[in-house]
Ligand binder design. Structure first.
Ligand SMILES: C[S@@+](CC[C@H](N)C(=O)[O-])C[C@H]1O[C@@H](n2cnc3c(N)ncnc32)[C@H](O)[C@@H]1O
Length: 374
């Protein structure tokens, strides 16, 4: 195992996770899944529990709403279409894993719909009028119809890291040796063997996989919230046959992000770098179907945004139609146009992120995002 350390509790300041982690690891080693839970969500010190938002051009990584307003523009078109389908009923629009709230604020319009942001931590939200926030979906009034958006929610859930050793599945744990974090391996809990057996997935000797049992349970919770409406999930991930293919992904998908750099050093700087793994979209799709949802769309983000009407945005208008005054303004517009194109070009984020739309009690066909473009 090459991934290790860059952690020394003796050198750390009081405002880091080093102290709490050292204390926990004195009592016992931690399954890597629990280490991720601490690193991302430990009160006040976890990566997503701190005040400053790590998302954005000056942060550690960017998400689609922070790349270009074209993303929320396309979603606004979908919300209008949704409003027209459900008629005069009271609709609730919820962004789960809303982070600093910028996406849900950009979708808000003063109309009969109610707009909610939900996040485990609301520390980063800058409150303005119109949108309400909660730390759990259970606190959100349903209304008559619901449109739920999850943008990079599931890839932020704590995940286990597992490796096949001969016939046996092992789980990676975190231990402390001389004040330095290191890996150890234990036979995996039965629930992980069951996970792969139930899905008919056979892992190769030496293959690593990253799995969250919370993908399915959180999606089930969302399905339980929606009585009539849509769940729109944007995330990094694949159907399970691709995700767990030993030929393509022998080392799993776990990665750490900091300052727009990706690293495989998952134990470094706990609480100061993002930890993420690609998700199993088949888990979500099946959980939805069990709850009476139909899959209306599953494909790449670029395709979804184009079909949903992204090109109607002025940033994607032909260059001849764009007017910019000064040279600085022209440069700014050029940058914004490039950012907008990043979302829809068939490479980068437009290619990597997949979109799953499931619906219940709504038309199964005729939505803009289902249009065939070519
Ligand atoms: C990668 S960030 C994405 C933030 C935002 N959606 C965006 O696109 O910029 C993931 C967010 O999901 C939140 N989160 C994680 N688990 C959650 C849960 N069970 N319920 C609500 N929010 C959760 C995290 O706190 C974090 O703000």
């Amino acid at each position: 195992m090459s991934q290790q350390r860059v952690y020394d509790h003796r050198m750390s300041s009081g405002r880091s996770l080093a102290g709490p982690l050292h204390k926990m690891l004195q009592d016992s080693d931690l399954p890597f899944r629990d280490f991720v839970e601490v690193a991302l969500y430990y009160p006040e010190l976890g990566y997503y529990a701190r005040e400053g938002s790590p998302v954005g051009k000056t942060g550690d990584f960017v998400t689609s709403p922070h790349i270009s307003p074209v993303f929320s523009f396309a979603l606004s078109l979908l919300i209008s279409e949704f409003g027209a389908f459900v008629g005069g009923e009271t609709s609730t629009i919820v962004d789960i894993g809303c982070g600093d709230g910028s996406l849900i604020y950009s979708l808000y319009k003063p109309n009969a719909m109610r707009f909610w942001g939900v996040d485990r931590s609301l520390q980063r939200v800058k409150h303005r009028d119109g949108v309400q926030f909660a730390t759990s979906l259970a606190a959100v009034p349903r209304g008559d119809a619901q449109l739920v958006i999850c943008n990079e929610l599931f890839d932020a859930l704590p995940f286990a890291r597992l490796v096949m050793r001969g016939e046996h599945l092992h789980e990676l744990w975190v231990t402390e040796r001389d004040g330095v974090l290191d890996w150890s391996e234990h036979e995996a809990e039965a629930k992980y063997d069951d996970y792969f057996a139930e899905r008919g997935v056979e892992l190769r000797d030496g293959q690593f996989v990253d799995v969250s049992l919370d993908w399915e349970s959180l999606y089930e919770e969302i399905c339980g919230f929606v009585t009539r409406g849509l769940i729109v999930t944007f995330d990094y991930g694949y159907p399970e046959k691709q995700l767990f293919s030993g030929r393509i992904r022998q080392f799993g998908t776990a990665a750490a992000y900091s300052g727009h750099q990706v690293s495989r050093d998952l134990l470094a700087r706990a609480g100061e770098q993002d930890l993420t793994a690609h998700i199993n979209f088949s888990d979500l799709e099946r959980a939805g179907e069990r709850s009476g949802f139909k899959t209306l769309f599953f494909d790449r983000q670029a395709k979804f945004l184009l079909a949903a009407g992204a090109t109607e945005h002025e940033l994607l208008a032909p260059l001849d139609d764009v007017r910019a005054g000064t040279a600085d303004e022209a440069l700014e517009v050029r940058q914004q146009r490039e950012d907008a194109r990043r979302l829809i070009l068939p490479d980068g984020i437009g290619e990597d992120i997949r979109v799953l739309v499931q619906g219940k009690g709504v038309p199964e066909a005729g939505w803009s995002f289902q249009r065939k473009l070519f």
